[in-house]
Design a protein around this ligand. Structure first.
Ligand SMILES: NC(=O)C1=CN([C@@H]2O[C@H](COP(=O)(O)OP(=O)(O)OC[C@H]3O[C@@H](n4cnc5c(N)ncnc54)[C@H](OP(=O)(O)O)[C@@H]3O)[C@@H](O)[C@H]2O)C=CC1
Ligand SMILES: CCc1nc(N)nc(N)c1C#CCc1cc(OC)cc(-c2ccc3c(c2)OCO3)c1
Length: 190
């Protein structure tokens, strides 16, 4: 399956987190994340999301596992096992992918956090980057301690039409929520 990173990052430093949580709460962005990671065009298909143990723990209990998706959680202390129909524990992305063979998985999304993103962003494993590029009136005032190490020169930003083709529906642009303004983007490897 195609493997895509999906992340929301504050430019120019590509900050993504602070003290184990997201530095912002952007309602429409959460809706976009839910739509993009859940939508499948494959008949009886289902998508999978892969996340680090800390990101799993940071998702409010009532919202996890993320519904209508197979949730693969990574920890170096996990044995590779299928917990139930929608939760898999694995000690590497490769072993997690082995456990979803035969489950008619359509798209696979790496949904965080920093350690996981930065360990795969340079590898051939990832085909696409879906980055929500966030801007702020004064980004230096936004507390952040986790950053996406994004090698922009190795990736090329696709036109909005390509993003809409990948998602299978139109996307908004120049969304503003409070002091934040953001756009959804698709990047592919050069
Ligand atoms: N802006 C955004 O789009 C997003 C931001 N975030 C933010 O990211 C931050 C969390 O990121 P971070 O602290 O880096 O933690 P992660 O979510 O990346 O989880 C790190 C844990 O994942 C496990 N892990 C990491 N690498 C591997 C590996 N190669 N094999 C097996 N297990 C591995 C380890 O678990 P163990 O210690 O159990 O071995 C490690 O401690 C938070 O602030 C969160 O809000 C998260 C998602 C999206
Ligand atoms: C939803 C934010 C997001 N956007 C983008 N573009 N990429 C991502 N990988 C993510 C993410 C994520 C994981 C995550 C982390 C989190 O706290 C750190 C909370 C959620 C979350 C997931 C579903 C929710 C919800 C919050 O509120 C309502 O429903 C989801």
């Amino acid at each position: 399956p195609t493997i895509s990173i999906v992340v929301a990052a504050l430019k120019p430093k590509y900050g993504i987190g602070y003290q184990g949580k997201m530095p912002w709460r952007l309602r429409k962005e959460i809706q976009y994340f839910k739509n993009v990671t859940s939508k499948t065009t494959k008949s009886n298909g289902i998508n999978a999301v892969i996340m680090g143990r800390k990101t799993w723990e940071s998702i409010p209990k009532k919202f996890r596992p993320l519904p209508d998706r197979i949730n693969i959680v990574l920890s170096r202390s996990f044995n590779n096992e299928t917990i139930d129909d929608s939760v898999i524990h694995a000690d590497s992305i490769e072993n997690g992918l082995k456990l979803i063979k035969g489950k008619n998985v359509d798209k696979v999304f790496i949904i965080g956090g920093g350690e996981i993103y930065n360990s795969v962003i340079g590898s051939e494993l990832v085909d696409n980057l879906l980055i929500t590029e966030i801007e702020h009136t004064d980004p230096e005032t936004v507390p952040m301690d986790t950053f996406l190490k994004f090698p922009e020169d190795k990736w090329v930003k696709q036109p909005k039409s390509e993003l809409e083709k990948f998602i299978g529906e139109p996307v908004d642009e120049n969304i503003t929520e409070g002091d934040y303004a953001y756009n959804y983007t698709l990047w592919t490897r050069k």
